[in-house]
Write a protein that binds this ligand. Structure first.
Ligand code: 13P
Length: 337
């Protein structure tokens, strides 16, 4: 992933990191990548790894790289809660891991700065020795995703720019997730976010102090009204809600954001498409009759985000560097930390 993010920094664009749990979601992302000629970050949470039983995920990703050899593809562990989780991901073949030491191992309790530095540093050492990229987090996101998260509205544990500098210096992470008011899930903001609820100024200040660090925006679904409406039109019960406007993400990209995490928008697209088939064709019982429209709906969202984030058209800019080469680079410190 380090290579993808370095290239994105050179080109001044962002790369979406899309969560998966099953074959159809991986297919949606890869098809969107081929259509838009985009490099790809596929990410799996601990919950996703448990759901897909690791080996299925592993072989699905191998299939993705066989079927789409022209697309530089990363498999990233989203929100690793411990050194052991990150280690098992690396052993399984992930090419990037997130050590989220902003929370304790329970994935809920905010951790101390010292704890965060210690566990993240340990993961950086073992990951870089295998050529694997590491994302850390300073400050805590709001909300809860797959049982992981501090909860709350995202404003409770904002990133302190000074601590962010210290954290990067002490850990040597490749990418840094920051808390600027976003949260995981569909219910991020109760009205269109303003500077009071989405702290883009904090992001800009962190980038000013850490101009060479790849920043990561979590909780970056835009929760589009049209996707909410489809779900509610066909029997769903979503409450009114607002996500992160794409133009704010683009402002982030102009200020050092290189990885943008999106899960909820794809969940909404899939659910809306399935509800529509169930409502309009109640006689259908072949899973393909609703999984295919669901896959197409997710592909459409992913392709749109790839274009909006600017990664479209960049798949063939470079040849992927194998982990064996990254090991040498990390060892010789030609990769700036
Ligand atoms: P969303 O819930 O906004 O899609 O965020 C996903 C995410 O940040 C995964 O780590």
């Amino acid at each position: 992933m380090r290579q993808l993010l370095d290239e994105a920094a050179k080109g001044g664009y962002g790369v979406g990191a899309f969560n998966v749990n099953n074959m159809e979601q991986i297919q949606s992302i890869m098809e969107a990548a081929r259509e838009t000629q985009s490099p790809v970050i596929v990410q799996a949470s601990r919950g996703a790894r448990a759901y897909s039983q690791d080996r299925f995920l592993y072989h699905l990703m191998i299939a993705a790289t066989e079927i789409y050899p022209e697309i530089p593809t990363v498999l990233h562990q989203d929100h690793g809660n411990s050194v052991a989780t990150c280690k098992s991901a690396i052993d399984m073949g992930f090419t990037s891991v997130m050590m989220d030491g902003s929370l304790m191992e329970d994935g809920k309790t905010p951790a101390s700065f010292e704890y965060n530095v210690a566990v993240t540093r340990e993961v950086v050492e073992l990951a870089h020795a295998k050529g694997v990229t590491v994302e850390g987090e300073i400050g805590c996101l709001g909300g809860i995703e797959d049982g992981h998260g501090a909860g709350g509205d995202g404003l409770e544990h904002l990133t302190d720019p000074e601590q962010a500098v210290e954290f990067v210096k002490q850990t040597g992470v490749d990418a840094l997730a920051i808390a600027i008011g976003t949260s995981h899930g569909a219910y991020k903001f109760s009205s269109k976010p303003t500077g009071e609820t989405l702290k883009m100024d904090t992001l800009i200040e962190i980038h000013r102090r850490l101009p060479n660090t790849h920043l990561v925006m979590h909780g970056s679904s835009s929760v589009p009204k049209d996707l909410q409406d489809i779900i509610n039109q066909y029997g769903g019960k979503l409450k009114p809600t607002w996500g992160v406007p794409v133009e704010e993400i683009q402002l982030g990209i102009r200020n050092g954001v290189r990885k943008i995490n999106v899960d909820t928008d794809n969940r909404l697209a899939i659910t809306g498409a399935i509800r529509k088939v169930f409502a309009e064709k109640p006689e259908e019982f072949d899973p393909r009759s609703y999984m295919k429209p669901a896959r197409d709906a997710m592909k459409k969202v992913v392709a749109l985000r790839m274009t909006q984030f600017g990664q479209a058209g960049h798949a063939k800019d470079y040849a992927p560097i194998p982990l064996s080469e990254m090991i040498k680079r990390y060892a010789s410190e030609t990769v700036a930390v």
